[in-house]
Structure formats: structure tokens, C-alpha cells
Design a protein around this ligand. Structure first.
Ligand SMILES: C[S@@+](CC[C@H](N)C(=O)[O-])C[C@H]1O[C@@H](n2cnc3c(N)ncnc32)[C@H](O)[C@@H]1O
Length: 423
């Protein structure tokens, strides 16, 4: 039994949601209880005002702290244990099936639904125990996220879904997306149900369904497969890997965002490493036209002067280089080239949250059906916004010595070797 206290300015929004389908059944079966609390009831203002202008100016209204604090106290003080208080916000960690399952063990949960521009920061600091986002977009209030969360909890409660096995074979339960489903008629407008499903061989059916789930996951969310066992037949397609050397936006030593200048050595050395590891294309990413001219000038020298006669291998290597004005232009180029969105992997010498091991990225690249874009930063490294845009941030190159100030061309060579070497 889970009791969810939902603190909202719009309790009426929940009426339909709670009186239909699974949330209704969960309440009927005594497994779920929802207590709707109108935050406005805790306003001390005679007009029941709950919002005010932000200190420091700026657009939008902020939900006042006093009514929110009193509303939270009113529910948490009725319990002997300290209750988790969730604030749904686009700034929170992303809601996942794993998070939903974590909360299944809490007998009581408090949810604060925000509205307007924001809730007062002091409530977040003093009362909120978890901040969760339901996706990277902005809604007008926390009511829909609260319903999303409540529904996801309700369907996992005991005896709510008639066949609990069904919930366990849904997307995200075993690290995979769901498998395709068919029902009668057998022949729908000439489209027949796959033979294996009508064969009666349960082992074969299970194997087929699992294989279909893996194929779909591989196509749509390959990042999930890094943690899925390899006992299934993952197609060993050769992945096209692209490299990007980012000159903007990057940090300087003072942590300021800057545009760095291109260097002859990077062009020369990284293109040779790229060629050695069969990289599809290596992009110098720079927004500046003047730097593009310098880039072309350097390439022209290596390709056409006496240098070319001296070293043809260098000319071959330089054929892998391209120039791109921005990370987004690079992504679009790859999309057009491959008819598929690249999986973006960023690199850093820093220690950031959610970094992924070389081993996992290596495995992901082996099985991914989408191209990969590996991004390296010049200057003092890639901007945080670039890491946020990435699907994965690779672990930094660590060795025993406590020194991690490699030149970017050395870092590229080491990363390529760790990800693509055969031995
Ligand atoms: C207009 S939004 C405020 C957005 C906020 N100013 C920001 O920049 O992050 C109003 C409220 O809707 C809820 N909300 C909006 N989008 C959400 C999302 N993706 N996930 C969870 N809650 C969300 C939050 O409770 C938020 O306080």
C-alpha cells in the first residue's frame, strides 16, 4: 500500500485521472491512496494569494514559501517517519522505471507540484528530498508529472494489474525496449502474424521476442545495450565513427568560455591517428572564417608543396579531415551522410557525474547501429553544455601518476587505441 500526498494549486485536474483505469483500480483494491492537498488552503492572505514577484526582478511569478511549507508540514507531521518529498522540475534527474521501483518501497510519498516560474528556492533546500524531471521539455505545472509518477507506481502495486508478468515484460524493465505484439485476426489486410508466434514452441517464441526487443533497442536506444548481456545475437555491424576537435565552445584555464586557435600539429597528428583507426572523418570544429582560411592554408602546404612529394602517407591521412562551423553542423553532416542520428560521446580530463568506462563505450560502439561522434576539446576542455548534449561522457584517461594534462592529440591517440585496438 502506497499513500501519495499531492500538494497542488489545481486539485481538480486529478479528478478524471484518479477515477479511471489503473489508478482507480489501485485505489479500489486498497493498494493506493491519494491525498490531494490544495496549497491555496494554506495561504495566510485574505485573497488566498500563493505567488509573488521574484526578488531581483525578471519575468514570471514565484510560489511563496509559507503556504508551501505549511502544506508540506500538514502532511509530514501526521507521519511517524520522515517522508520523501519529491519536487517535479525540469531541473531534476530524469524519471526512469528504476526510480519508480525505488519509490515502491516508500509507504508514504509527498509530491509538490510547482507552477508559474518556480517555487521559492528555500523550500527546495529545506524540504525537498528529491527533484525529478519527466523529460527535457517544460510543462506549465507539476500536476502532469505527478500523475505520470502516480500511474507508474500504481501499475506496479500488488494485484493491480491482473497479470503481473505483463508489467515485467514491458519496456525498461530488463534494460530493453518492449517486443512487438499481435492479436487476432491472424491475417489483417494481408499482413500475417509471424510464423513463430503461432508455432506453439514456447522456447522459440521467447527467443524470438527477446531478439526483436534487442533489435529495436539496438536501433532506437543503443545506449541501453551497454548493460545487457551478450548471450543474444547482436549483429556485428561495423559502426562509422567520426571525430570532432572542438575549438568553440571550450574553457580556458580561468574557466571562461573561449574560442581557441587551430594548430598545425593537431591537424597533422590527429588525422594520422584517425586514419590508423579507420575513422570515417575528422572534423576541425571552428566558427571563425579566418581560422578556416588558416586551416586551408596548412592543408594546402602539406598536400601540394614539397612536403607532399616527401611524404605521400601524410597526404593520404589528411584526406580524412573536414572543417565544420559548429558541433550542430557536424551532427547534421553525419545525419545526412548516414541517414541516422549520431550517438555523441564526449571526452574530458575532468571528473564529471555519470561518466562511462572505456569498456562500456567500446562494447556500445561494437553493437550500435547509429554512427558515433567522438568529441575532444581544445583549450582547457569541452564546455559543460557540450557534455550535457552528449549521450555519454567517457571516463578521463587515468594512469597511476597523478598528472592528467595530456595534449589533445595524445589524448585522441590513447582514446582511439583503447576503444578500437584489437589486442
Ligand atoms: C513553467 S515550469 C517552470 C520551469 C522553470 N522555471 C525552469 O526553468 O526549470 C512550472 C512547473 O512545472 C513543472 N514542470 C515543468 N516541466 C517539467 C518537467 N519536464 N518535469 C517535471 N516537472 C516539470 C515544475 O513543477 C515547474 O516548477
Amino acid at each position: 500500500m502506497v499513500k501519495i500526498h499531492i500538494l497542488t494549486l489545481f486539485p481538480e485536474m486529478f479528478k478524471g485521472f484518479l477515477s479511471e483505469s489503473i489508478p482507480f483500480i489501485a485505489q479500489e483494491k486498497g493498494q493506493l491512496s491519494v491525498n490531494l492537498v490544495d496549497i491555496r488552503d494554506f495561504s495566510e492572505d485574505k485573497h488566498r494569494k500563493v505567488d509573488d514577484y521574484p526578488y531581483g526582478g525578471g519575468a514570471g511569478l514565484v510560489m511563496k514559501p509559507e503556504p508551501l511549507a505549511s502544506a508540506i508540514d500538514s502532511v509530514s507531521q501526521t507521519s511517524d517517519i520522515s517522508l520523501p518529498v519529491i519536487y517535479f522540475t525540469p531541473q531534476g534527474r530524469l524519471l526512469s522505471q528504476k526510480t519508480v521501483r525505488e519509490y515502491l518501497h516508500s509507504p508514504e510519498i509527498v509530491i509538490v507540484c510547482g507552477h508559474y516560474k518556480e517555487i521559492d528556492q528555500r523550500i527546495r533546500e529545506k524540504y525537498i528530498t528529491d527533484e525529478i524531471s519527466i523529460g527535457d521539455y517544460v510543462l506549465s505545472g507539476g500536476e502532469l508529472p505527478a500523475m505520470v509518477f502516480t500511474d507508474a507506481i500504481a501499475r506496479l502495486l500488488e494485484n493491480v494489474i491482473s497479470d503481473p508478468e505483463s508489467a515485467l515484460t514491458d519496456s525498461h524493465e530488463n534494460g530493453l525496449l518492449g517486443y512487438p505484439c499481435y492479436t487476432r485476426p491472424y491475417d489483417f489486410r494481408g499482413m500475417k502474424v509471424p510464423d513463430v508466434l503461432v508455432s506453439g514452441h514456447h522456447k522459440e517464441i521467447d527467443k524470438w521476442l527477446k531478439q526483436k526487443a534487442i533489435e529495436l533497442t539496438q536501433k532506437v536506444r543503443p545506449e541501453f545495450l551497454v548493460s545487457v548481456s551478450t548471450e543474444y545475437n547482436l549483429s556485428q555491424k561495423k559502426t562509422n565513427v567520426y571525430l570532432g576537435l572542438v575549438h568553440y565552445p571550450v574553457y580556458n584555464k580561468a574557466g571562461e568560455t573561449i574560442t581557441s586557435g587551430i594548430t598545425n600539429l593537431d591537424l597533422h597528428d590527429i588525422s594520422r591517428s584517425a586514419m590508423t583507426y579507420d575513422i570515417q572523418r575528422f572534423f576541425i570544429i571552428h566558427p571563425n572564417d579566418r581560422q578556416k582560411e588558416i586551416f586551408e592554408h596548412i592543408l594546402a602546404f602539406w598536400k601540394t608543396d614539397i612536403a607532399a612529394i616527401y611524404n605521400q602517407h601524410r597526404v593520404d591521412a589528411l584526406s580524412v579531415i573536414g572543417f565544420s562551423k559548429s558541433i550542430n553542423d557536424t551532427i547534421n553532416f553525419i545525419k545526412n551522410q548516414e541517414n541516422n542520428e549520431p550517438i555523441i560521446v564526449t571526452t574530458t580530463a575532468r571528473h564529471l557525474d555519470n561518466q562511462v568506462s572505456f569498456e562500456k563505450i567500446k562494447k556500445m560502439i561494437e553493437i550500435a547501429e547509429r554512427p558515433i561522434l567522438l568529441l575532444f576539446g581544445t583549450g582547457n576542455g569541452l564546455h559543460d553544455d557540450t557534455h550535457k548534449q552528449a549521450d555519454f561522457v567517457l571516463n578521463s584517461i587515468k594512469q597511476k601518476a597523478n598528472y592528467n594534462h595530456l595534449s589533445v592529440r595524445s589524448a585522441v591517440a590513447i582514446v582511439l587505441d583503447r576503444l578500437f585496438s584489437e589486442e
